[in-house]
Ligand binder design. Structure first.
Ligand code: SF4
Ligand code: SF4
Ligand code: FES
Length: 283
């Protein structure tokens, strides 16, 4: 243990993390799983969803594990009645206002914490708005948006520095928008798709995936994933090709890859149609 290391306990388990590490890092050190929605290791924590809250002995309120630094002597509880109740409420509020049909993590957490969004009734307020299909590459369905800010961060200083999207409006009217709500082709968007890569709910989706889902032909269990190196330039980004029926249906990059950190540009992300522009087979 270095002098600067921080010792604390998580659910009674003693752990040591480096100075500056978060409570979430300490929880991971203790090999305990904690739900997160707005957190991603490649993005600055924004502390927006509050699903990661934990109990800190001596503190009046629950604290967000992703954004709060670990401090020496902290006693953290990740699974107390109060924590479980709070997480359940957060999940119910989110799931009663947005469509979580393409958000597997949300669905898993709802089951884990016994969230019952239906108890707010069919008339509960929704963030629904028409699906935005205004370009050939990706679809924006903000009825599925939990306002986690990840896309805004990926489009901003955490990755792309393009600033094509931001949160507009306040309170229940808060929503992700381009400048003046212009269609994507008229915005600053450069179609890197890094926002799609970080979106946890499927609100942002490859057009190819959207169309396959609409035809009820999207089946991840039947897809293969193959890593390769992008052929467009010398940076050498690692691409993960998601293939169904011998066709590439989307492209991602591993988040732990030191070249990309999961981010790509338009060519690596969307420039795959040439691969499958095969000549008609001779009969
Ligand atoms: S595709 Fe890239 S530039 Fe366009 S909104 Fe998403 S992150 Fe921003
Ligand atoms: S569109 Fe996706 S990434 Fe962006 S705020 Fe909504 S849920 Fe988060
Ligand atoms: S994951 Fe910590 S506040 Fe969202």
């Amino acid at each position: 243990m270095n002098a600067a290391d921080v010792a604390l306990t998580v659910d009674g388990i003693p752990v040591t993390v480096a100075a500056g590490a978060s409570i979430l890092d300490a929880i991971a050190q203790a090999e305990i799983e904690t739900p997160t929605l707005c957190f991603l290791q490649t993005l600055t924590p924004v502390n927006a969803c509050r699903v990661c809250v934990v109990e800190l002995e001596g503190a009046r309120v629950l604290v967000p594990a992703c954004a709060r630094r670990a401090e020496a002597g902290m006693k953290i509880r990740t699974d107390s009645e109060r924590v479980r109740h709070s997480r359940k409420m957060v999940l119910e509020f989110l799931a009663s206002t947005v469509d979580i049909s393409t958000a597997p993590a949300m669905q898993r957490y709802c089951a884990q914490y016994g969230a019952q969004p239906q108890r707010y009734g069919a008339e509960s307020a929704k963030v629904a708005q028409p699906v935005k299909i205004d370009n050939a590459l990706y679809v924006r369905d903000y009825a599925k948006c939990i306002l986690c800010y990840k896309c805004v961060e990926a489009c901003g200083t955490d990755a792309q520095n393009t600033f094509a999207i931001a949160v507009a409006g306040r309170g229940f009217d808060a929503h992700i928008s381009t400048e003046y709500d212009v269609p994507l082709p008229d915005s600053a968007c450069v179609y890197c798709g890094n926002c799609i890569g970080v979106c946890p709910t499927g609100a942002l989706m490859f057009s190819s995936e959207y169309e396959l889902r609409a035809r009820n032909e999207w089946d991840e269990a039947e897809q293969s994933q193959t890593d390769t190196i992008c052929s467009y330039c010398g940076v050498g980004c690692t691409l993960t090709l998601h293939v169904a029926e011998n066709e590439i249906v989307k492209v991602t990059s591993p988040i732990e890859n030191e070249v990309t950190s999961g981010h790509l540009c338009i060519k690596g992300r969307f420039g795959f149609s040439y691969v499958q522009n095969r000549p008609e087979e001779e009969s």
